[in-house]
Design a protein around this ligand. Sequence first.
Ligand SMILES: N[C@@H](CCC(=O)N[C@@H](CS)C(=O)NCC(=O)O)C(=O)O
Length: 266
Amino acid sequence: MLELYHHGSSACAAKVRFALAEKRLPWIGHYVDILAGEQFQPGFLAINPKAVVPVLVHDGEIIRESTVICEYLEEAFREHPIYPSSPLERARVRIWTKAVDEELHPACSAITYVVSHRHTIVRSGVRSFEQFLSNGAGEGTAARALKWQYIEHGLAAPGVAEKIRLYEAYLRKMQDTLARQEWLAGRDFSMADIAMSPYVNRLAALAMEGLWTGGRLPAVARWFERIRERPSFSSAFLEWMPKPLAEEMRANGECSWPDIKSLLGV
Ligand SMILES: N[C@@H](CCC(=O)N[C@@H](CS)C(=O)NCC(=O)O)C(=O)O
């Protein structure tokens, strides 16, 4: 039995749900509300001391880290492969997944917090770092200190502008690649597309589609249309996103859009 601990707005969790859907694997979900602090409950910390989702449990064995989880699924279940067979294309997949883990995910966390989650967290009554930490930090005090900077200073928080520019640079890298080939690793849809989709979808959820629409990055626009048309898209991305959170993220994104545009000069 496959069990997934996940959350609706988590990009890493969406990546694993997308992989599960593409591999047509049935799973049972345990929803962890990371905006309400459920990741700090002892039961969850016991399966992930870092207090982050996603976590996969397969027949009682715990697997953490979204990219590792997807690799595990591919190796444990050979049907409906999401990794290409050629070494060159497999290397291309890993370049994208490494970029996501090392650079894009931290950039996504920055933009999501400064544009939207900071308002949700402040509205819930949090006023100080001590209070923000009062639920616990798992093993992630440093990461949580960074998030507190995003909550307190928004777009003016140290390093945020660079992270948002880096995010946009990845859209342009995608454009360069997708202008030459249909999918990110080559001719076929693969784990590279699964890994990048949540990050393009996040910008769409924040009403920032203008970064690639209107003829700006046409190959990215066409690619994202094809991603959205896949039968797996709805179960991976839409069904788990609570409607009030989706509406809040979109409204907050619309408010921040002029600042983001001026930061990026688009
Ligand atoms: N490298 C980890 C990152 C996991 C991660 O950052 N998860 C976020 C959601 S996308 C989370 O659970 N955040 C909870 C928190 O920061 O309190 C992975 O790929 O699984």
